[in-house]
Design a protein around this ligand. Structure first.
Ligand code: GLU
Length: 448
């Protein structure tokens, strides 16, 4: 490994020991870019890597809100504005009890690279709160969103930072957040948030975008391998918005998801999540706020495996769509024993470092990295920003066409970059190299 990278990695481990998720994401990027950094000795003097690993700004704030019984609660809010070199900060908001600074930093760092890959002018950020929306009433969620925005509004803007949804933040929450921003600022600024309803500046296909984009990317991988998506059986984890979009597009393309998972376990549907009714039911499960996938098993009479993950099932393709570190070493071994040839990360960093190493080093297995595969969500957010600034809206076909074109481009650029630096068909290295080069060029040119 390049000596400069080695030194930076060592310092990073000392400085960020308490932030395991951020360290994991940073190590993955740094371990891919050695030959590129070798070719640019000027980066060390400019401390480019050190700058790239330090968020431009981290905001932490108090979010007090009142529940339906009149009791006040206090949660912690975050916005990590990681890197704004190639455009306004951009990235989702996550409401989940697991949210902490390390998770916000890792997501903001990944977002910077993901957004670079989209080719659109967006920097990287992430935010959210340790608030748990599950089991909360509609009024409680609204009051929480309003309180959250009462602090966040001063840090965001269409040219400064444009949040969107992520886990626990969907169209409903974006609506409440937008309403509060408008009330405080007295200004109708659709470009301040993305993932809005179509009624006030949202984009067609935004809800489907991450899942659809993932399947478009997968199809590029299969084409590269001389294979086809038709008839493929896919193990999916999660059952939220992203998994829903994946299942929907797989069905359209003649393949099918056979598993879904939740915090309670997973379901296996031998006939596939392959009817409109089943796919629609995923939305019902999500809207119920119960956060359990067993409901699917009960409704459709299929097996449910309590407390387990779907990786033990045989599948042609594995697509983790739930959360970070969903696939550990034991799971990766099970996936390989099942003869899976395509491992396509959809959730952000769903694979532990050891599991990823094993999968990447296994002959005959293609690994596709989340920061490229799931870029479709933020990509359509970028298109939503364009539509907002032009004060017009594109048709679903127009948005989908752009999504498809750019996702295929991300695959092809990643494959070409990996090839250029001697990695062969290594999509993990390729995504890191391609994303890094653009951010590095912008930072060096701006002298920051
Ligand atoms: N949360 C999504 C992501 O991780 C979307 C972000 C956005 O649209 O800004 O990419």
């Amino acid at each position: 490994m390049n000596a400069y990278i080695e030194r930076v990695l060592k310092e990073l481990k000392e400085k960020n020991a308490g932030e395991p998720e951020f360290l994991q994401a940073a190590e993955e990027v740094l371990s891919s870019i050695s030959p590129l950094v070798d070719a640019h000795p000027e980066y060390e003097k400019a401390a480019l890597l050190e700058k790239m690993l330090e968020p431009e700004r981290t905001i932490e704030f108090r979010v007090p809100w009142v529940d339906d019984c009149g009791q006040t609660h206090v949660n912690r809010g975050y916005r990590v504005q990681f890197n704004g070199a190639i455009g306004p900060f951009k990235g989702g908001l996550r409401f989940a009890p697991s949210v902490n600074l390390s998770i916000m930093k890792f997501l903001g760092f990944e977002q910077t690279f993901k957004n670079s890959l989209t080719t659109l002018p967006m920097g990287g950020a992430k935010g959210g709160s340790d608030f748990d929306p599950n089991g909360k009433s509609e009024d409680e969620v609204r009051r929480f969103c309003q309180s959250f925005m009462t602090e966040l509004y001063r840090h965001i803007g269409p040219h400064l930072d444009v949040p969107a949804g992520d886990l626990g933040v969907g169209g409903r929450e974006i609506g409440y957040l937008f309403g509060q921003y408008r009330r405080i600022c007295g200004d109708f600024q659709p470009g301040v948030l993305t993932g809005k309803s179509l009624a006030f500046g949202g984009s067609e296909i935004r809800a489907e975008a991450t899942g659809y984009g993932a399947v478009y990317y997968l199809e590029s991988v299969l084409a590269h391998e001389g294979d086809s998506i038709k008839g493929k059986r896919v193990a999916v984890s999660g059952f939220g918005n992203v998994a829903w979009g994946v299942c929907k597009k797989l069905l359209e393309e003649g393949a099918m998801a056979v598993t879904l998972s939740g915090p309670d376990g997973y379901i296996y549907d031998p006939e596939g999540i392959a009817t409109e009714e089943k796919i629609e039911y995923m939305l019902t499960m999500r809207a119920s706020g119960r956060n359990r996938v067993e409901d699917y098993a009960e409704k459709f009479g299929v097996p449910f495996f309590a407390g387990k993950k779907p990786w033990e099932q045989k599948a042609d393709i594995v697509t983790p769509c739930a959360m970070q570190n969903d696939v550990d070493l034991a799971a990766a071994k099970a996936i390989l024993e099942n003869g899976t040839k395509y491992y396509v990360e959809v959730a952000n960093m769903p694979t532990t470092a050891e599991a990823l190493e094993l999968l990447r080093n296994t002959e005959g297995v293609t690994v596709a990295p989340s920061k490229a595969v799931n870029a479709g969500g933020v990509l359509v957010s970028g298109l939503e920003m364009s539509q907002n600034s032009e004060r017009l809206s594109w048709t679903a076909e127009e948005v989908d066409e752009n999504l498809h074109r750019i996702m295929c481009g991300i695959h092809d650029t990643s494959a070409a970059e990996a090839e250029k630096y001697g990695f062969g068909y290594d999509l993990v290295a390729g995504a890191n190299l391609a994303a890094f080069q653009k951010i590095a060029d912008a930072m060096m040119a701006q002298g920051i």
